[in-house]
Write a protein that binds this ligand. Structure first.
Ligand SMILES: [Mg+2]
Length: 389
């Protein structure tokens, strides 16, 4: 099987509804809303080859999978699926005028193909450093509907997560202030569980000004937070703005979730914009691109933290030393995760029940991404299949 060819690309779209979820004031942040329900269009991307092996990746948004399929189909048919590095570089050039997130979907499918071809889980092909990963609970955004609706409610949930074994907890606050409530939440959570857990806060670029970020950061300093992430409306991209914040605060920063690609990450690091480096297979060009960022960070003596969950991230984290946590979210009391559908066994999903007693998540041991999908569920919910060949 030295010279296999990609013969066909396929996106299977399926729909699934999650109870008691809605969106907040601006329509973007997903939050708890009793009695509402959130419809999600998800998909499976399948990359067929003449070797009889199919690279298969669950994709969290059908719209992303279908858009990516249109971008890459003409290029990809007939290519050798073992040439990940060449495909990464060709797509990076070919998609330079648009977003390059399609690389992520293709590259993870190529790694799943390779793992199946070599009969090994991806993390073993990448490196092999650990077989389980400490997870932090990453919350839903704040609501006004009786769930994560006050500083005390966050502290209660953090205490529940500590009791379940989570070694870390990350607050996503409210979307529209007031700043005083965000700061009170940092103090409430810090005082309740700060002795037991690493604490992080991610305002998700919601604070209006650099000055508000500074005030929030001072609260993080008082409670000795592990990191502060994407605080204000520079959109997470100003190396200069974050360098100036870092000069005034003790809390480490986690930036570069919104800086897409290897070279941009290195530029941000050398301009002193961050402490922890953020990467992800969606943003940075699949497993191939995210591992470049991880190793670049290692070369600077820094840690890399992967954005969000998923099987691909479990494999990447299991293959490197310089990282601390798996992001398990979004979660909250009384609601399911909306990012991942129930298409895996519980230990490979991102729910409160998906961790072991040490607060770790498992690394799949099957070939490729390493977990069998629940095809009964997917087939029952499928509404469309799109093929390019
Ligand atoms: Mg974030």
């Amino acid at each position: 099987m030295n010279n296999p060819k990609i013969t066909k690309l396929e996106v299977i779209v399926f729909e699934h509804e999650i109870p008691d979820l809605g969106t907040d004031y601006n329509g973007f942040n997903v939050i708890y809303e009793k009695g509402a329900s959130l419809k999600r269009s998800l998909s499976i991307f399948r990359l067929h080859t003449d070797a009889g092996i199919v690279g298969t990746v669950p994709i969290w948004a059908a719209s992303y999978a279908l858009h990516s399929l249109d971008q890459v189909a003409n290029y990809l048919i007939g290519k050798n699926p073992f040439e990940r590095e060449k495909i990464y570089n060709d797509l990076k050039r070919g998609l330079r005028h648009t977003d390059r997130t399609a690389i992520g979907m293709v590259d993870v499918a190529l790694w799943d193909f390779a793992g199946k071809a070599f009969d090994a889980p991806i993390y073993r092909l990448l490196g092999g450093y650990r077989e389980s990963i400490p997870a932090y609970a990453s919350t839903y955004h704040g609501d006004e509907n009786g769930c994560l609706c006050s500083p005390e409610a966050y502290a209660d949930f953090a205490e529940d997560c500590a009791g379940r074994g989570f070694p870390g907890f990350k607050i996503h606050g409210w979307g529209n202030g007031p700043l005083e409530r965000e700061i009170a939440t940092i103090h409430a959570v810090g005082q309740r569980v700060g002795e037991k857990m690493d604490l992080m806060v991610d305002p998700a670029c919601e604070l209006n000004t650099w000055g508000e970020a500074l005030k929030l950061g001072r609260a993080c300093d008082e409670e000795e937070f592990f990191w502060l992430e994407d605080a204000y409306k520079d959109g997470g991209v100003s190396a200069f703005g974050h360098r100036k914040l870092r000069e005034k605060l003790q809390t480490p920063f986690l930036q570069t979730e919104h800086i897409f690609g290897l070279e941009q990450h290195v530029d941000f690091i050398v301009n002193d914009g961050t402490d922890f480096v953020r990467t992800g297979t969606y943003e940075d060009g699949g497993i191939t691109g995210a591992m470049k960022v991880a190793h670049a960070a290692e070369g600077f003596g820094l840690d890399v933290e992967f954005h969000g969950g998923g099987l691909a991230h479990r494999h990447c984290i299991a293959a490197i030393r310089n990282t601390n946590y798996y992001e398990l979210g979004l979660i909250g009391p009384n609601v399911s995760n909306f990012v991942s559908a129930p298409i895996y066994p519980m230990e490979y999903r991102d729910e409160l029940e998906s961790i072991d007693k040490q607060g770790h998540v498992a690394v799949p041991q099957g070939p490729g991404l390493g977990v069998e999908l629940d095809w009964d569920f997917i087939n029952r919910k499928t509404i469309e299949t799109v093929v390019r060949e």
